[in-house]
Design a protein around this ligand. Sequence first.
Ligand code: SF4
Length: 499
Amino acid sequence: MPERRYREVRSRSELMLLPPCVDDYVSEHNPVRAIDAFVGTLDLEELDFRHAEEHCGAGQPAYDPRLLLKLYLYGYQHRVRSSRRLEAETRRNLEVIWLCQGATPSYKTIADFRKDNASALRAANREFILLCRELSLLECRRVAVDGTFLKANANADSIHTKASLGKGLKRLDEKIAEYHRLLDEADAGSEDGGDSGEDPELAAKIEALVERRKHKQSLQERLQASEENQISEVDPDARVLRKSGKAVGGYNCQIAVDDRYKLIVAEDVVQDGNDAGQLEPMMTKAGEAMGAERLIGLADSGYFSGEQLKSCEDKGLDVYVPIPRPPPPRRGKGDVMRFSRDDDFRYDARNDTYVCPAGQRLTRRGSPRIREGKRYFRYSSVTAVCRDCSLRDRCLTKAQSRRRLARWEHEDVIDRHRTKMSASAPWVRQRATLVEHPFGTIKRWAGMDHFLMRGLDKCRGEFSLMTLGYNFKRVMNELGADAFREHCLQKRRTGTVTA
Ligand code: SF4
């Protein structure tokens, strides 16, 4: 049998292992050239990046912010986010060596850049969307809005609510009382001349618990003095957010996705635990980013809110949001299903009355009520008519003598929305396929299900980097690195915009 052979490899002492010119490290079609070209189109001073101004004072020259932006854009597309790992890439990754032209900033410099340029990073993301518009990569007609929770760079246990602090203090009080009781028992035992059986560390344990109690007490006082519902020790802006029975200590991240190539055209990070107040702000941001005057928005039922629908209608935004199923109607005695306002009563807009299942008109009476900042008109039936009604058992409880209904002053907005949804086109159901792709890519593929930054403003900057990385990758896949790079180079050469 012949001796086993393997493919030949080079000797480590061989000279000229790499091409002599750094530019030969990456091919002409490599996407890093597109990153370089894109950053070249940006006016970093105008976008307010630190150290981007033309003149500077004395002292050590800073690293060019263009270089650090390129490094982050590369990292966020290749699942490398930590500043220490990015620093390592500048020494061992030929594409990064080319991109950074051999510069090797320290991890501290890299980390400070992301920390200090949160709003500038958001502005750079907007510039990329403008570029996508120029390249006709946006349909600018329909967007899908959705939100997801990303974990904060803090343990959920470091975020407290009034209730959790109250429970924690109660537990500590009980524990301290228990230890004091053991201490008293031990003292009594030693006075009787027997073995006290005292735990020698009991006093230290009590002291530690008292310290913890003081800390919790001060948190409770700070929370009560503030107008917030939660207080966070590590990341002051992170909140405990709950959805579908799961609790996450983090932020609510919102996106609006264009339906052509699933590019994220607007993004935001908020502290709200639900999406009910996010529809109009996200639609407005998307409209501004795309320069679209008439925009159709798709969102899930979590975004349903009468006020938001009204704001969208006032701004000419055409939104499609499923109306959540109302809670099951209350049942009367003997499990008789009571008539519900939305299903069984009909509103007569011309006469401003409700018509009940027995045909009686409920007229508006009394002054409006304010509930949670919204004005409701009140409608009621006539007691004498209800008394003799054959449907009374299905409409009123034993204690009621007439039926009363409340109607929000702008409920006609919801009525119009209900009619629109019942006649909506099939593409309304495409919402999930549009928004699941970006979140799936960001969270699952890129593993970016948590923030590295702390604080709302910095997390907003980091989320813009995440969306910029996602968008950049999409454009490379759909348009190709060469066409994108050529557009950027032409824009830089001529200062003009061509589609
Ligand atoms: S009880 Fe009164 S409000 Fe209810 S269905 Fe009968 S008449 Fe109408």
